[in-house]
Design a protein. Structure first.
Lengths: 534, 294
C-alpha cells in the first residue's frame, strides 16, 4: 500500500562513507549512531538496575535481615527506580525515536543533529554522578525514586546534592532530546507525509516529546527546592517555616504522572506498528488511536493527586482526581479495542516481535485494571504504599514498556544490524520472560492486598511464602534477559541469517524501503509520499 | 501542511563535531563540582568542589564559543536553508516553552503556599486543631511576616520593583525598535536601540541587586526567613539569572551587529535573543503582580 516514488537509493551508496574508530561514536551527528548509543546505554542501565532489583529480591527471599543492611536496601530501591526510569526506559525510547523517526518520515536526519549528540553524552555523566553518590560518606540517595520531602531534605544523607545535580543534567538531556524529536516531526516530514499519514510510533513520540518538554522543567524546579531546603535553610516543604511537605508531592506528581505516560505512549506506537504487520491487516481505527493518545496526554496533567489520596486532601479534590483518573481508562480502552480489532480475522503469525506485542496487550491490560482499582479513592486507602502498587506499576512498566522495547528490538534489529535475530533464542527468551514476569509480579498483588508495605527490607512471617515465590520469579526473569543479550550480540556480530530490506511480510512504512542494514545516510533527498502508509 | 515542504533544498547535516561531547563534559563537571561545593560548604570543610565547578564553567564557555563559531561560519558559507531556519526557530520556541514550565513550578509553589498551605496552618478548612495544637500563636497572613516557629521578617515594598517594571517593559519596546531597524536595513538605529536595551537590562539587574541588599540588610528578608522569603528569592532570583543570560545574549548580538552580521533574511540568533528577552519581560510582569503587588 505504500506508494513511494523517487527514493534515490543510488544517492545513499554514494554518500555512505562513515567515520571510523572511537571518534565516530564520540563526535557523531548521525541519528542512527546516536540511536545505537542510546539503545546500548539503556541496555547497560537495564542490567545495572536489574542487578539492584535482584539484591532487593535476594534480601526479601526470607523474612529477617540476611544480606544487606536497611540503609543499603533503601539505596537499592531508590537507585533501581531512578536507573530504570531515567536510565533504561526513557533512553531506550529516545534511542528508538532517533533510529526510526527520521526513516519513518523520510527525513535525512534529526532536525538538530549536533544537539542530538549533546543530549546523549550528558547521560553517562549524569549516571556516573548519581552512582558516585553511593560512595560518599553516609551513602547515596535512600529516599525512594520519588524522593518525598522530608525524607530527601531533613533526613537525607549529605550526598543529596549529587542526586539533585544529576537529575538536573538528566533533565537538560531529556528536554533537548524532546525538542529535537518534536522539531524533526514538525519540520522534517517528506512531502506528502501529512500529520495524519504519520506512523503511530511517530505520533506517539510527538505527543511524548510535548509531555517531556512540559514536565521535565517542573522536575528541575522541585529538585531545586529540595536542594535549597536541605542546604540553604529554605522552608518550601517545612511547615515550621510556612511551607508544606504535601507541596512536594503536588509538584513531584505534576511531573510524575505525565512522566509515567512518557514511559508508555511510545510503547503504544511500537505495538501499533507490530500488530498490523503480523496480523497482515491495516491498523484498525488509526485516527481514533491518534485522538486517544492526545486525550491520554491531556488527561495526564489532571490526575496527579491520585498518588496522594491518603495525604488528607479535601474530599472534593479526591473526587475530582478519582474521576479524572477513571476517565483515562476510556482512551486506553479505545487503544486495546483497536489492537484486538486489528487482529480480528487477520492472518496472524507469531514471530518474536508479535509474541512480545501480544504479551504487552494482555499484561498491560492487567496493569491497567489494577490501576483502575488504585484510582478508587476509598479502596486506595488500603492499597496505598503496599506491594499492590508495586505489582501495578511493574505490570505496566516491565510487561508493558520493557516488553514493548523488546518487541521493537526484535522488529527492527534486522534493519539496524542487517541480520535476523535468532528466532529459536528469541522465542526461548520470550517464553522464559513471559512466564517468569508473571511469577515475579502477579503474587505481589496478593501480599499487597494483605497489607505488606513497599520499600521494607523485612516483613511479617505470613508474607514469607509468596515473597519466596516472587524472588524465584525475579531471578528467573533477570537471568532470562541474558538470552536477549545473546540475541543482540549475535546480530551485532553479524552472525545468523542476513536480512532482506523488508524481512516481515506484512510490515508497512518507509523504513522497509531502504536496505538492511540501513545505509549510514537515508533519504538525503526526501521521498514523495502519495498515499497513506498503513 | 505539506505545501510548505514542496521545495526541498538539501538539509545540511554537519559531518561530525567535537562540541557536543565537550558540552556534555562541561555539564558533567558543573554538576559534579557544584554538588561537591555545596556539600563541602554546608559541612564547612575544604574541598575540590569549587575548582571542578570553575573548570566546568570554563569548558562550557569554550564549548559555546567553538560551537557558535562553527555555526556562524556555516551560515556565512550559505549552508543553511529556509527549512533549517524553521528548525532553529521551532527549537527556540519549544525551549522557551520549557522555561515557562520551569517558572510554573515556582509560581505553583507560591500559589499553593498562599492559598492552601498557610491558611491551613492557620486553621482553615478542616485544620482547626493544627493551629491550636502545634502553633497557637500563628496568624495566617500574606506576606507571611512571622513563620509558625516564630521567625520574623518585613515584607518587600513595590516602589522599586515598579520602576524596574517600567525599565524592563521599556527595554522590550527599545528591543522591538532595534529589530525593526534590522528588518528595514537601518543599521544605525539597530545599534542604538540594541545598546539602549542592554543598558536598560543592566540597570534592571543592578536595581535587583540593590533590592537584595536592602532585603538582607534592612528588612531581615532572607532565604532563612520562611516561605515568603523563599518564594520571593527563588522567583526573583531565577528571573534575574534569566535576565542575565538574556543580557549576555544581547551583548553577543551587539558585537555581531558591529561586525556586520545579520540581515533581513539571515537573523535567527538575533531573533532568538529578542524572543528570549520578551519572554523574561513577560515573566517579570507576572512576578511583579503576584510576588510584589497582590
Amino acid at each position: 500500500m505504500s506508494t513511494v516514488v523517487d527514493t534515490h537509493h543510488e544517492h545513499d551508496d554514494h554518500h555512505d562513507h562513515k567515520p571510523t574508530g572511537i571518534k565516530r561514536w564520540l563526535f557523531t551527528t548521525n541519528h542512527k549512531d546516536i540511536g545505537s548509543l542510546y539503545l546500548l546505554f539503556s541496555f547497560l542501565m537495564f542490567f545495572a538496575g536489574g542487578t539492584m532489583a535482584l539484591v532487593i529480591r535476594a534480601e526479601l527471599f526470607q523474612p529477617g535481615m540476611q544480606i544487606v543492611d536497611p540503609h543499603f536496601f533503601n539505596q537499592m530501591t531508590t537507585m533501581h527506580g531512578l536507573i530504570m526510569v531515567f536510565g533504561a526506559v526513557m533512553p531506550a525510547f529516545t534511542g528508538l525515536a532517533n533510529w526510526m523517526i527520521p526513516m519513518m518520515i523520510g527525513a535525512p536526519d534529526m532536525a538538530l543533529p549536533r544537539m542530538n549528540n549533546w543530549s546523549f553524552w550528558i547521560l553517562p555523566f549524569a549516571f556516573i554522578i548519581m552512582l558516585s553518590s553511593m560512595l560518599m560518606p553516609g551513602g547515596g540517595p535512600a529516599f525512594g525514586w520519588t524522593f518525598y520531602a522530608p525524607l530527601s531534605t531533613t533526613y537525607s544523607t549529605d550526598s543529596t546534592a549529587l542526586f539533585v545535580f544529576a537529575i538536573h543534567i538528566m533533565g537538560i538531556s531529556s528536554i533537548m532530546g524532546a525538542i529535537n524529536v518534536i522539531v524533526t516531526i514538525m519540520n522534517m516530514r517528506a512531502p506528502g507525509m501529512t500529520y495524519m499519514r504519520m506512523p503511530l510510533f511517530v505520533w506517539t513520540w510527538f505527543i511524548t516529546a510535548f509531555l517531556l518538554i512540559a514536565v521535565m522543567p517542573v522536575l528541575a524546579g522541585v529538585v531545586t527546592m529540595v536542594l535549597t531546603d536541605k542546604y540553604f535553610a529554605t522552608s518550601f516543604f517545612d511547615a515550621a517555616g510556612g511551607g508544606d511537605p504535601v507541596l512536594f508531592q503536588h509538584l513531584f506528581w505534576f511531573f510524575g504522572h505525565p512522566e509515567v505516560y512518557i514511559m508508555i505512549l511510545p510503547s503504544f506506537g511500537i505495538v501499533s506498528a507490530i500488530i498490523p504487520a503480523f496480523a497482515r491487516k491495516p491498523l484498525f481505527g488509526y485516527a481514533s488511536m491518534v485522538y486517544a493518545t492526545a486525550a491520554i496526554a491531556g488527561l495526564s496533567f489532571l490526575v496527579w493527586a491520585h498518588h496522594m489520596f491518603t495525604t488528607g486532601m479535601p474530599v472534593f479534590a479526591s473526587l475530582f482526581f478519582m474521576y479524572m483518573t477513571m476517565l483515562i481508562a476510556v482512551p486506553t480502552g479505545v487503544k486495546i479495542f483497536n489492537w484486538v480489532s486489528t487482529m480480528w480475522r487477520g492472518s496472524m503469525t507469531f514471530e518474536p516481535p508479535m509474541l512480545f506485542a501480544l504479551a504487552f496487550v494482555i499484561l498491560f491490560t492487567i496493569g491497567g485494571f489494577s490501576g483502575i482499582m488504585l484510582a478508587i479513592t476509598p479502596v486506595d486507602f488500603q492499597y496505598h504504599d503496599t506491594y499492590f502498587v508495586v505489582a501495578h506499576f511493574h505490570y505496566v512498566l516491565v510487561s508493558g514498556a520493557v516488553f514493548s522495547i523488546m518487541a521493537a528490538a526484535y522488529y527492527w534489529l534486522p534493519k539496524w544490524s542487517g541480520f535476523m535475530p535468532d528466532e529459536g533464542l528469541a522465542k526461548l527468551h520470550f517464553w522464559c520472560s513471559v512466564i517468569s514476569v508473571n511469577i515475579l509480579f502477579f503474587p505481589m498483588h496478593f501480599v499487597g492486598l494483605a497489607g505488606m508495605p513497599r520499600r521494607i527490607p523485612d516483613y511479617a512471617l505470613q508474607f514469607a511464602d509468596i515473597n519466596a515465590i516472587v524472588s524465584v520469579g525475579a531471578f528467573l526473569f533477570g537471568f532470562s534477559q541474558l538470552i536477549f543479550l545473546a540475541v543482540v550480540v549475535k546480530c551485532m556480530a553479524k552472525k545468523g541469517q542476513a536480512a532482506v530490506a523488508k524481512p516481515w511480510e506484512g510490515a508497512e512504512g518507509l523504513e522497509w524501503d531502504v536496505p538492511s542494514p540501513a545505509p549510514y545516510h537515508t533519504f538525503d533527498t526526501p521521498p514523495k509520499i502519495e498515499a497513506p502508509i498503513r | 501542511m505539506s505545501s510548505e515542504n514542496t521545495q526541498h533544498e538539501k538539509y545540511y547535516v554537519p559531518d561530525s563535531s567535537i562540541w557536543p561531547l565537550i558540552g556534555a563534559i562541561a555539564l558533567g563537571l558543573i554538576a559534579f563540582g557544584a554538588a561537591h561545593y555545596i556539600i563541602e560548604w554546608s559541612n564547612e570543610e575544604a574541598g575540590f568542589g569549587h575548582w571542578v565547578l570553575l573548570a566546568g564553567i570554563v569548558v562550557l564557555v569554550v564549548m559555546l564559543i567553538g560551537w557558535f563559531r562553527d555555526q556562524i561560519n556555516e551560515s556565512h558559507q550559505g549552508l543553511y536553508s529556509e527549512q533549517m531556519g524553521r528548525s532553529y526557530r521551532q527549537g527556540m520556541s519549544w525551549f522557551i516553552f520549557s522555561e515557562v514550565m520551569f517558572f510554573l513550578a515556582f509560581f505553583g509553589a507560591l500559589f499553593y503556599t498562599r492559598m492552601i498551605a498557610v491558611p491551613w496552618l492557620g486553621g482553615a478548612s478542616n485544620n482547626a486543631m493544627t493551629g491550636e495544637v502545634l502553633w497557637p500563636a500563628f496568624e495566617a497572613i500574606w506576606p507571611l511576616t512571622t513563620t509558625p516557629d516564630g521567625r520574623e521578617t518585613q515584607a518587600m515594598g513595590w516602589g522599586l520593583p515598579f520602576i524596574n517594571t517600567l525599565i524592563l517593559v521599556t527595554s522590550s519596546v527599545t528591543l522591538h525598535f532595534a529589530h525593526h531597524g534590522l528588518e528595514h536595513g537601518k543599521r544605525g538605529a539597530l545599534k542604538l536601540w540594541l545598546a539602549l536595551t542592554i543598558v536598560l537590562g543592566l540597570i534592571f539587574l543592578s536595581m535587583q541587586m540593590y533590592e537584595y541588599v536592602h532585603a538582607y540588610r534592612d528588612l531581615g528578608l532572607t532565604m532563612q526567613s520562611g516561605i515568603y522569603g523563599n518564594t520571593f528569592f527563588l522567583l526573583t532570583g531565577f528571573h534575574g539569572m534569566h535576565v542575565t543570560l538574556g543580557a549576555l545574549m544581547l551583548i553577543v548580538m551587539f558585537f555581531r551587529v558591529l561586525k556586520g552580521h545579520f540581515n533581513k533574511e539571515n537573523q535567527f540568533a538575533f531573533e532568538a535573543s529578542v524572543w528570549y528577552w520578551h519572554f523574561v519581560d513577560v515573566v517579570w510582569i507576572l512576578l511583579f503582580v503576584f510576588v510584589y503587588i497582590i
